[in-house]
Every structure is written in C-alpha cells, then in structure tokens.
Design a protein around this ligand. Structure first.
Ligand code: GTR
Length: 323
C-alpha cells in the first residue's frame, strides 16, 4: 500500500532493491591472478550469467586464492562454502580417482587431443564421478603441458635424481616424481615461490603461464621441457547450488560456462606464447626433452599402481581410442 503512494520512480527503486536482495549471489573460487586466462574467463562467465538471468543469478569470482588454497577450496565446494570454481584435476586425484586417468604422464597426445577427449564421453564420465562429491562439471578449461623446473641445471631426466620437487597434492604426482628418483613434497601453490627461494625444495613443475605468472621462473631458472602431463581444468558448480536453480537458469549457467571455456582456451594459447617469451627474454635455460622414451619407461610402476583399477583403466582406454 505504502509503495503506491511513493511516486513511480521510488517504487521502481524499491522493487529493484527487493529483487537484488533475492538474487542468488554465487561465490566463485580461483587461484590465479586477475589477468590470467582462467580469471578473465571466469569473470566473463559472471557477466554472461548476470546479464542473461537479468540479475537473478549473480556469480562473483574471488581471484588470487583469496578464498583459500585449492585443497581447502575443494573441501568447501563439497560442503557448500563455495558455489563454483575452476579446479585443476590433479588436486582432485585422491578424492575422485576417475580424474587420475587424465593426469597420468603422457595420457594425452596433444592439447587438441585433450580438448576432444574432455568435450566428449570422458568428460561426461568424469562429471558423473564428481557428482558423488557434490560437484557438477560444466566445462573444461586448458592448462597446457607441465614440465619440471629447478634452481639447479636440468639438462636431462637424470638431473632430477635426488632433487626435492614440489608437487600438487596427489598420490599420482608423488609416485611420478619418485619413479624419476626425485623426492616429492606436496606444497600448496601459493607457497611454492618461497619454498624454492628458501631452499625447502629445489624445484617444481608447471606450464609456461604459471611458471611465469607466479615468478617461479625467477627463482628456478632451469626449465626442462618434458611436457609430462596435459592436465584439464574443470569448471565446476556445487551440486546443491545447481539443484536450487530453475531449469532455465541451469541452461543459462551451463551455456555461459561453455562459452567461458571457449574464451579461456583462446586466451590460453595467447598467454602461453607471451609467458614463454618473458621467460626466454629473462635468459633462463630451457632444454627440450625430445626423446621421451626414458620418461615413459620410468612411469611403468606409476601405471601399474594407478592405471590398473577398473574405473581408471576404462577411462584410459577411452582416451586412447579418441583420435
Ligand atoms: C596451475 C593450475 C592451478 C594449480 C597450480 C599448481 O597450472 O592452473 O590450478 O593447480 O598449477 O601447481 O598447484
């Protein structure tokens, strides 16, 4: 009644405020700095969803691990503290073993191969397994190929022997480094720079953009391009949040995530080239590991341990069957 007496403009403002308060504000987690391809694409997702739902759903991404490191974020996603996130699949390995098939060394032939695999049945199968931990997979982002770097010369695989290498928190990655004769230490992403600088570890492994954007390339100046893994990243939404959305809003949210992934893959290719240039211009020593056969042979115990269970071996077969 009172509303009627306030002029139309004031009434409209009140209605707008009321709908703002009821808009679903979704909290998104991201580990990267704001200009990173993942970050820009997640912001785009937020814009698209807010626009297309006319403000009913308003996603906001918190960059630079403001909401915690990846392992904490994975826990928060299961229990509802977060609504959406982009996760690298390696830190999901222990919780969702199906993801291990995509993070085993040399599982994918190339980045394009990884895209074809993840956009097809394998992406769906892994998505199903993620639902068991309250997450819905909406799209797959790129994170290039990962290689080792250290503050000591890395001219060949043999140079990794005896080095302390930071890995993401995954039993597969611990086993990979140990099979190469290194000592694996799981450390959160945000602590790797200081860990290398202070000598807690001798090196780590990552793709060009992360090697560059974190400044790791300034403290670990030897990069051995072995390209051991091509790890997909998942755009995931908390399943409870997802189930609360209307069917129409679910369609909008899924479509926006897919479009954000297309943008992310394009930005990724550009950023890879840019990061590589920055690192090369800084004078770092970059060695290409052309013959990967020793690396592949050394991975036998890793495959024996992780690729023999039914779920992982079935997904691996599907990956190999995709041309
Ligand atoms: C990056 C990845 C991050 C994080 C990081 C790490 O390439 O995009 O999500 O997993 O590697 O090494 O922890």
């Amino acid at each position: 009644m009172k509303l009627m007496k306030l002029g139309t403009a004031a009434g409209a403002i009140l209605v707008a405020l009321a709908s703002l308060a009821s808009a679903a504000e979704l909290r998104g987690w991201n580990t990267h700095v704001p200009d990173y391809p993942v970050s820009v694409a997640m912001d785009k997702f937020g814009e698209l969803v807010a626009q297309r739902t006319e403000g009913r759903v308003k996603p906001k991404t918190y960059h630079s691990a403001q909401l915690g490191e990846q392992d904490d974020a994975i826990e928060q996603m299961q229990f509802g503290g977060l609504d959406f996130a982009v996760f690298n699949l390696v830190p999901l390995n222990n919780l969702v073993p199906a993801t291990q098939a995509t993070t085993l060394p040399y599982a994918f032939k190339s980045i394009d191969h990884m895209h074809r695999v993840m956009d097809g049945n394998v992406g769906e199968v892994i998505g199903k397994h993620m639902e068991d931990v309250n997450m819905v997979a909406l799209a797959w982002y790129d994170s290039g190929a990962r290689s080792f770097y250290a503050n000591k010369p890395l001219k060949s695989l043999a140079d990794l022997k005896g080095l302390k290498i930071r890995v993401q928190n995954s039993d597969v990655n611990v086993a990979m480094v140990e099979a190469l004769g290194g000592n694996a230490t799981p450390i959160p992403f945000g602590e790797v720079f200081t860990s290398i600088q202070s000598g807690v570890v001798d090196g780590a492994e990552n793709n060009w953009p992360s090697y560059e954007s974190t400044g790791h390339f300034e403290v670990a100046r030897h990069y051995l391009l072995d390209q051991h893994t091509i790890v997909p990243e998942v755009f995931a939404i908390n399943k409870t949040t997802w189930d609360k959305l209307s069917g129409d809003d679910q369609k909008i949210v899924r479509q926006a995530a897919i479009e954000s992934a297309t943008l992310q893959r394009k930005l990724w290719a550009e950023r890879e080239a840019k990061s590589e240039k920055i690192v090369r211009d800084a004078g770092n020593t970059i060695v290409e590991l052309e013959d990967k056969s020793d690396f592949i042979a050394a991975m036998k115990p890793v495959y024996d341990k992780f690729a023999t269970n039914a779920v992982v071996s079935d997904i691996l077969k599907q990956i190999q069957a995709v041309k």
